[in-house]
Design a protein around this ligand. Structure first.
Ligand code: NAD
Ligand code: WQD
Length: 432
């Protein structure tokens, strides 16, 4: 425990062994936070925990400092056991208001002797109360299912985990007085509005029908409306943001930040942490990695007729370590009182777009291997353009993404190359 404190405080990271969670836990530890991870391993592996520990230990060894505490509970965050976990991270103390006798309002002689010989206090002697204070000073909530395609087939699975799970969980946190909450949201909440072709400002998606005046002075309807979003997954994120906004509005003692991730890519430079899901990958760079390892013969490029410089879609790819640091910045800004409202959304992106072809080329160059492609039609629900306007996060969180697409490619190749064929090029001409 840091500084030998007998009751250290913790940040609880729900879904902390997943792709973004694992990188965030490491950054939290590097920033001296003790961490409690809750993860049911539905899309991750326990080995990730050992890798985080090894990287944190190595980091603090070079500084000759002790390593912050890392606790892990393998548990569905919807489990009733969550209550006993939160109870075990609470400090209890007995509090008695000074009694009238001790404050001199009654003379001590007012205590009565009864037949049984027991002293009774005067009637208004206050009952001692049990006080509970949580050692969990903040929660980062990553746990959710995230496959767009599966959410269309199995919407209930998504609403149950992503929406109902979060609602129940917030009730429990409120019961324990834990009101500092960071939520994993997504650029998906901009829905088809992303296609506007300019970097997206947070105000473009708000949580109750309202209009706002754009920079050009025109009044616009801000809400795409949940049905304007392209999947149940996307709607689940929009619904969560709306629920969080309502809670914060009703009780301003909450501090809630919804971080809208753009396209998280890359991995830790050590090659020890990365994107290693149980689910079959469908995002661009994980799919390219499966082509590099030979698991998949070819990269399908979905759509070459978008209104973009090379016809393929443009995305704002943000390195996962930059993204992880955005969470630390959000916690720090909240603790320092720099976030002025009880609910606030922030885009976490780079503010720069790259096309699918640029990503493909970058990984070819970095790996020195040919990555075969096949041009196919657009994927249902895709947008052609999605790039963040990042000024709000820069100004209020004092955070900015630093890494480039090239950094992402170098780290992804470092993570992937061990699983690739050692000689020759990626096999092509395979059946597909
Ligand atoms: P991930 O699947 O790698 O991580 C999620 C983790 O949560 C996994 O370890 C999984 O085992 C765990 N989990 C899921 N349901 C759980 C439950 N009920 N109880 C306990 N643990 C549970 O996903 P990720 O890419 O790290 O994404 C993290 C969060 O960020 C998600 O909320 C996701 O929707 C959001 N997000 C991700 C992206 C992206 O492209 N990766 C983009 C925008 C937003
Ligand atoms: C990027 C571009 C594809 C795979 C998704 C979710 C979003 C968020 C991040 C969680 C698109 C193209 C992809 C392939 C391709 N997740 N592509 N061939 O669609 O921007 O966002 O992940 O919140 O909600 O929708 O990311 O990486 O899937 O796609 O051509 O095999 O790459 O069509 O244009 P996307 P992505």
């Amino acid at each position: 425990d840091i500084g030998g404190d007998a009751s250290p405080s913790f940040i609880m990271v729900v879904g902390g062994l997943g792709y973004i969670g694992s990188h965030t836990v490491l950054e939290l530890m590097r920033a001296n936070y003790n961490v409690l991870i809750i993860d049911d391993l539905s899309n991750s592996y326990e080995s990730v925990l050992h890798r985080i520990r090894a990287l944190a230990t190595e980091h603090f060894a070079t500084l000759s400092k002790s390593v912050p505490t890392l606790h892990f509970q393998q548990l569905d965050y919807r489990s009733p056991l969550m209550r006993s976990i939160l109870a075990s991270y609470s400090i209890y103390s007995v509090y008695s208001k000074p009694s009238a006798a001790s404050t001199g309002r009654f003379p001590y002689s007012a205590l009565q002797r009864t037949d049984s010989g027991i002293d009774m206090e005067p009637e208004d002697t206050p009952e001692p109360t049990l006080r509970r204070e949580s050692r969990i000073t903040g929660v980062i909530h990553f746990a959710a299912y995230k496959s767009v395609e599966e959410s269309i087939r199995m919407p209930l699975k998504y609403y149950m985990n992503n929406v109902c799970g979060m609602v129940e969980f917030l009730g429990l946190l409120e019961e324990f007085g834990i009101k500092n909450f960071v939520f994993s949201s997504s650029a998906t909440v901009y829905g088809e509005g992303a296609n506007c072709g300019v970097p997206l400002r947070e105000e473009l998606c708000v949580h109750h029908p309202e209009t706002f005046c754009d920079d050009d002075g025109f009044e616009r309807q801000a809400v795409p409306g949940v049905m304007g979003l392209t999947s149940p997954y996307g709607r689940s994120k929009f619904m969560c943001e709306s629920i969080l906004a309502d809670i914060a509005r009703s009780d301003p003692s909450w501090s809630i930040t919804a971080l809208r991730y753009f396209n998280p890519v890359g991995c830790h430079e050590s090659g020890l942490l990365g994107e290693d899901p149980r689910q079959k990958p469908s995002n661009l760079i994980p799919v390219i990695a499966t082509v590099l390892t030979g698991t998949k013969p070819v990269l399908d490029i979905f759509g070459t007729d978008w209104n973009t410089p090379d016809g393929t879609a443009v995305r704002d790819f943000i390195h996962v370590v930059d993204l992880a640091q955005g969470h630390i910045a959000a916690l720090a800004a909240s603790a320092a009182g720099r976030i002025k409202s009880s609910f606030r959304t922030y885009n976490l992106g780079t503010g720069r777009g790259h096309t699918v072809r640029e990503v493909h080329q970058s990984l070819q160059t970095t790996s020195g291997r040919t990555i075969p492609v096949r041009e196919v039609g657009r994927r249902a629900g895709d947008v052609g353009f999605c790039v963040a306007e990042v000024r709000r996060a820069e100004n209020e969180l004092a955070w900015r993404a630093k890494k480039t697409l090239k950094d992402c490619s170098v780290d992804v190749w470092n993570f992937t190359k061990g699983q690739c064929p050692t000689t020759g090029e990626v096999p092509d001409g395979m059946e597909y």
